[in-house]
Ligand binder design. Structure first.
Ligand SMILES: CC(=O)SCCNC(=O)CCNC(=O)[C@H](O)C(C)(C)COP(=O)(O)OP(=O)(O)OC[C@H]1O[C@@H](n2cnc3c(N)ncnc32)[C@H](O)[C@@H]1OP(=O)(O)O
Ligand SMILES: O=C([O-])CC(=O)C(=O)O
Length: 443
């Protein structure tokens, strides 16, 4: 019997799918449906209320909305001031996690106890690393983490209980364990796929999340205070971004169906890894590598402009027509997190002899918005986003590229948790928007 070639069958059917799944632009205008649930100015369709954070990208002047520099607020506090107020040598991730989860800043005693709770929670079930993480390792650490998250449910006798206190416990344990799932997943992959030595360092209960990440990652467990502080700030910048970003909205949608914490967070992970969302930090690095290889003179604005135009026209790089690290669904003039990253990049690049790379980044930052505006219809402005520089910072911290999106997840699990709790406490209604049917009835 001939074996059926499923790939050939799928290829043959592609044309039919495209024909029957294409909906003309004019129908969207006719029914007033906004693609991506946003109008051309980036204003999202309102789908909920939240007390967790606020994003500012326009200022209202009378009836007019004027694009302005972006602002990000966590539970009433501007993210820039939360970072600026950190004392020398102080780590901010944990106290910001307390703030986002519980809605108030912790006092000294509350923070001390919260840190003990996280330290106590930092531990995987017996043999979990051997039996789950080291089995079928993958270069895609986001997938490997998601598999681990779903498997952790099998070790939790209360996995399916959606009482708020049980969900708080599960979220705290996931927040504490995410760095281990990511780093051990990387070591397993690096050993089995790259033939490197494998080592599994346990976290130190006295250390912060950023310090433990570096300690577990490096063979000799060492890092400098500056490296850990830069990573801590990077985590703070990625922790939360409103209810509408793709992965947080996913968390809220899935939570509203009454599903368990492990499944909700696994769904959020699957969203975050997308290259238009958290996966962009890896894509930026691959794109920069491609630009370095294909642009001869990094100081020639015309040559860079021409190459970026080719990327936009799907003739270069991954042929998706996107310049990664540029543009944002909501921000207009600037993403406040990119501004913070840029300050670090400028300082680190000097220490690490990466000034020439920095110049290339600066060139792309200058020229890419022009090229995008020439090739696409941009109404609200286009500027670099949080992940334009994040990968460059991680590279200078000698963190392997496979861990860039997982680092985003290590931070954003806090925002997802806060939104899961807000959905559970305050909403109690399944999220179920409507699709206008344009189907024709047939005999
Ligand atoms: C943490 C984060 O998730 S930050 C975002 C990370 N993602 C990236 O860096 C990927 C590159 N950027 C993008 O793909 C987009 O800017 C997004 C997905 C972030 C936002 O997309 P949109 O909400 O559609 O942005 P906006 O409405 O301003 O875009 C207008 C047009 O410009 C295009 N555009 C925006 N940014 C870019 C870009 N960087 N490269 C190419 N085209 C772009 C959009 O695709 C859209 O075109 P269309 O009208 O033909 O669909
Ligand atoms: O808000 C968005 O759409 C994407 C983003 O920047 C984030 O999730 O941090």
């Amino acid at each position: 019997m001939n074996k059926i070639n499923v790939s050939a069958y799928a290829l043959a059917k592609e044309k039919l799918c495209v024909e029957n799944d294409t909906i003309s632009d004019s129908l969207f205008s006719e029914y007033g449906v906004n693609r991506g649930l946003r109008d051309v100015n980036g204003k999202g369709v309102l789908t909920g209320l939240t007390n967790i954070s606020k994003i500012v990208s326009f200022r209202e002047e009378g009836a007019k909305s004027i694009p302005c520099d972006g602002e990000l607020w966590y539970r009433g506090y501007n993210i820039q001031s939360l970072i600026r107020d950190l004392e020398e040598g102080e780590f901010g991730f944990e106290k910001t996690a307390y703030l986002l989860l519980f809605g108030e800043k912790p006092n000294e005693k509350e923070l001390e106890y919260f840190n003990e709770v996280l330290a106590e929670s930092r531990g995987l079930p017996t043999n979990f690393t051997r039996d789950v993480i080291m089995k079928a390792p993958s270069k895609d650490i986001m997938n490997s983490m998601t598999r681990s998250i779903l498997t952790l449910a099998s070790y939790d006798p209360q996995a399916m209980v959606t009482e708020v206190s049980n969900c708080i416990r599960q979220c705290l344990q996931l927040i504490a364990n995410f760095p281990m799932l990511a780093v051990y997943g990387y070591h397993a992959y690096n050993h089995y796929d790259n033939d490197e030595s494998m080592y599994i360092h346990r976290p130190d209960p006295k250390l912060s999340t950023a310090e433990n990440f570096l300690r577990m990652l490096r063979p000799n467990k060492t890092y400098t205070q500056v490296e850990a502080s830069v990573l801590d700030v990077a985590l703070m910048l990625h922790m939360e971004h409103g209810g509408g970003n793709n992965s947080t909205f996913t968390t809220r949608v899935v939570t509203s169906a009454g599903t368990d914490t492990y499944s909700a967070i696994a769904a959020a992970m699957s969203s975050l890894k997308g290259p238009k969302h958290g996966g962009a930090n890896i894509k930026v690095m691959e794109m920069m590598e491609d630009i370095r290889a294909n642009v001869k003179d990094w100081e020639d604005e015309d040559e860079i402009h021409a190459y970026l135009s080719k990327i936009m026209d799907k003739q270069a790089f991954d042929q998706k027509g996107l310049i990664y690290g540029m543009g944002h669904a909501v921000y207009s003039v600037s993403d406040p997190r990119e501004r913070v990253f840029r300050r670090f990049v400028e300082r680190l690049a000097v220490h690490k002899n990466k000034e020439r790379d920095l110049e290339l980044y600066n060139m792309i930052e200058k020229i890419a918005p022009q090229v995008i505006a020439e090739k696409r219809q941009i109404f609200k402005g286009v500027s670099p986003n949080v992940d334009f520089y994040s990968g460059f910072v991680y590279e200078m911290l000698e963190i392997p590229m496979e861990l860039y999106t997982p680092l985003f997840a290590i931070a954003r699990i806090v925002g997802w948790s806060a939104h899961r709790l807000e959905e559970l406490v305050g909403m109690n209604k399944i999220i179920r928007p409507a699709y206008k049917s344009v189907m024709e009835e047939k005999e």
